[in-house]
Design a protein. Structure first.
Length: 78
């Protein structure tokens, strides 16, 4: 009665907690992939926004300098 069954003969089986853990790991991996994709999209949008802001700043500075140059030319010519 006290015979030991070799472990090679036993079949492995998945228990409910193990299946839940596996499912949770897969779901977490999917969530991480989605978060990383969204972060990449946000970074790309921020880079485009930053370029637009700098173009606007340079445009405003160019207009101010052009007006200053124009007023200097107007004051210099008699």
């Amino acid at each position: 009665m006290n015979e030991r069954i070799p472990t090679q003969m036993l079949e492995s089986f998945d228990c409910a907690p193990g299946l839940r853990l596996t499912a949770h790991e897969k779901l977490s991996a999917v969530h991480n992939e989605n978060l990383n994709r969204r972060l990449d999209q946000l970074e790309a949008m921020l880079e485009r926004l930053e370029r637009r802001v700098w173009l606007t700043v340079y445009g405003v500075v160019a207009v101010i300098l052009a007006q200053a140059f124009q007023s200097v030319l107007a004051a210099a010519s008699p």
